[in-house]
Write a protein that binds this ligand. Structure first.
Ligand SMILES: Nc1ncnc2c1ncn2[C@@H]1O[C@H](COP(=O)(O)OP(=O)(O)OP(=O)(O)O)[C@@H](O)[C@H]1O
Length: 265
């Protein structure tokens, strides 16, 4: 195995008295296509936010390319650039598509505006949205907004190779999309990886997204990793947690909510 790009060692995290992650060990490798699975509320987004440096663990250590991270992303320079595609696309409604995609470049580089416009239009072309620079997010469908947020995640400074995102973190990028729009986004996630060579970790509930984007799967439940392996291994494992999660069976070790919202054991 190569050296991990990201390593979480013994990570625990609670919000108030709710323990969300309980002593998690997790690695992401430089060429990984990792899908993080698990029932709602099990801590998947929390894992992404910890990796991104948007949240600090209560205990445990986070290593990025072998170097221990201290503090949050905002506290200092990080030598591995990561980008996150948020669940709700997180676009600025008052900015145009072009301004959203170029947001990082406008605020964190000294590139001239004309150059930023060129990069933005190149990234929009990569996600199949050429010529949409002047529209506002409200004028787009949910699938198009997701694609704009993908374009923003890969809008790096081409004059600075240190600036290429080496890890993309996707939080439910196909949630709420119809099957065809989901396929477009899933293929895009694959294509972007092929073109730029970054690793990614993707949180998803959708079987099509697991199938098309996850080469390696991790199943989180009640704050712990209860299964991990390749997609091929997932098809044959008799691990009851993974089987139940992938088939959507209501009977099994994963507790589900019944129609009135109470937990059934
Ligand atoms: N900033 C926060 N403050 C308080 N509680 C939080 C915070 N962030 C997350 N939580 C709680 O932690 C638990 C795990 O949240 P998280 O978003 O990581 O779950 P998830 O597995 O991604 O869920 P989903 O699949 O529904 O998006 C939830 O119960 C959530 O309410």
């Amino acid at each position: 195995m190569p050296e991990p790009l990201v390593e979480l060692r013994g990570i625990s995290k609670a919000f108030g008295n709710q323990r969300v992650l309980d002593n998690i060990d997790l690695c992401i490798y430089p060429d990984d296509a990792l899908a993080i699975l698990g029932p709602s509320g099990t801590g998947k987004s929390t894992v992404l936010r910890l990796i991104a440096g948007l949240l600090e663990p209560d205990s445990g250590e986070i290593y990025i390319a072998g170097e221990r991270r201290q503090g949050l992303l905002q506290d200092g320079h990080h030598h591995v650039r990561m980008s996150m595609v948020f669940q709700q696309s997180a676009l600025f409604d008052s900015l145009t598509v072009g301004e959203n995609v170029g947001f990082y470049l406008y605020h964190h580089t000294r590139l001239p505006e004309a150059r930023i416009r060129e990069i933005v239009s190149e990234k929009l072309a990569m996600v199949g949205l050429s010529g949409m620079e002047d529209l506002y997010p409200a004028q787009l469908s949910g699938g198009m907004r997701k694609r704009v947020s993908l374009a923003r995640a890969i809008a790096d400074n081409p004059d600075d190779t240190e600036d290429d995102p080496r890890l993309l973190l996707y939080d439910e990028p196909t949630a709420g999309l119809d099957p065809i729009a989901s396929t477009v986004v899933e293929q895009l996630i694959r294509d972007l990886k092929e073109r730029t060579g970054h690793a990614y970790a993707i949180v998803t509930h959708q079987n099509s997204t697991i199938e098309r984007t996850g080469d390696r799967l991790i199943l989180l439940y009640q704050g712990r990793i209860c299964w991990q392996g390749s997609r091929a291994e997932a098809k044959t494992t008799d691990n009851p947690y993974l089987r139940q999660f992938l088939t959507g069976d209501v009977t099994g070790p994963i507790r589900v909510l019944d129609q009135v919202g109470t937990a059934t054991l």
